[in-house]
Design a protein. Structure first.
Length: 253
């Protein structure tokens, strides 16, 4: 349909959202704003259908959407029903990990984006760890510094590397940082196979970890941040070289 007035833009019809999506959106809003609290039991489907003025099948589909987002849980049998999910940190971290990986593999994010974000988060993490670490965390860091990394299996080194950073996240004293930082490392793990890294890469990683751990032990907050910055720059270069080699090895034509 042409607009009656030439200077007025044409009307663009908007698709109407399905009823179950509208119901899910409203219930999601209630959950995220605390109007429905964690563990709270929801009314049965028939009652919800009456409240929303819709069918039970619409309510059922809305609940499936919310369950897919881990916002509600449904239990069968006597004493079952649907309730607001209780937050589980590991599940939240896993969901973030999965979705970030999908974004990288679909080229919505690049590994460079992920590495740059790690730098933004993990440099302050090292400083916080130096300020807040306890003796148990310090002891765990020391145990993650192998003497002869060049003689070790790459998969074992990879596990040690991941655990070293996890201890720093924990030592920061901020409970949100592990949920944000660990998935970023996981994305890179799957995007690049570190087992293909040369032995001298792992020698450098362990030496950089030693420098970070020494600063954390000394409660040198600025030094820990500087050593983490140096380490992540080195990791960035290692991934860049691997990416170049990977592209070179790809068949052409």
């Amino acid at each position: 349909m042409s607009p009656r007035h030439p200077g007025r833009p044409a009307v663009q019809p908007r698709p109407v959202r399905r009823a179950y999506e509208q119901v899910a959106d409203q219930m999601r809003q209630w959950i995220l704003t605390g109007a429905l609290t964690a563990g709270e039991q929801l009314p049965v489907e028939a009652e919800l259908a009456e409240q929303f003025g819709t069918s039970r099948s619409t309510i059922r589909e809305a609940l499936r959407l919310l369950a897919a987002d881990n916002l509600v849980v449904t239990r069968a049998g006597a004493g079952g029903g649907t309730s607001v999910a209780r937050p589980v940190p590991d599940r939240i971290s896993h969901l973030l990990d999965s979705n970030l990986s999908l974004l990288v593999w679909s080229d919505e994010l690049t590994p460079e984006d992920v590495i740059a974000t790690r730098e933004i988060l993990e440099i302050p993490v090292a400083s916080l760890a130096a300020a807040n670490r306890d003796e148990d965390q310090l002891d765990r860091l020391r145990k993650l510094l192998p003497e002869r990394p060049g003689e070790m299996d790459p998969d074992a080194l990879h596990q040690i590397d991941r655990e070293f950073h996890n201890v720093l996240f924990e030592a920061s004293g901020n409970r949100l940082l592990p949920l944000l930082c660990a998935p970023l490392s996981g994305v890179l793990e799957r995007g690049f196979q570190r087992s293909r890294m040369a032995p001298d890469f792992w020698e450098a990683v362990v030496q950089e970890h030693r420098a970070i751990a020494a600063a954390v032990e000394a409660r040198d907050t600025e030094g820990a941040a500087d050593r983490m910055r140096d380490h992540l720059r080195s990791v960035r270069e290692g991934y860049r070289l691997m990416d170049v080699a990977h592209r070179r090895d790809q068949p052409t034509g």
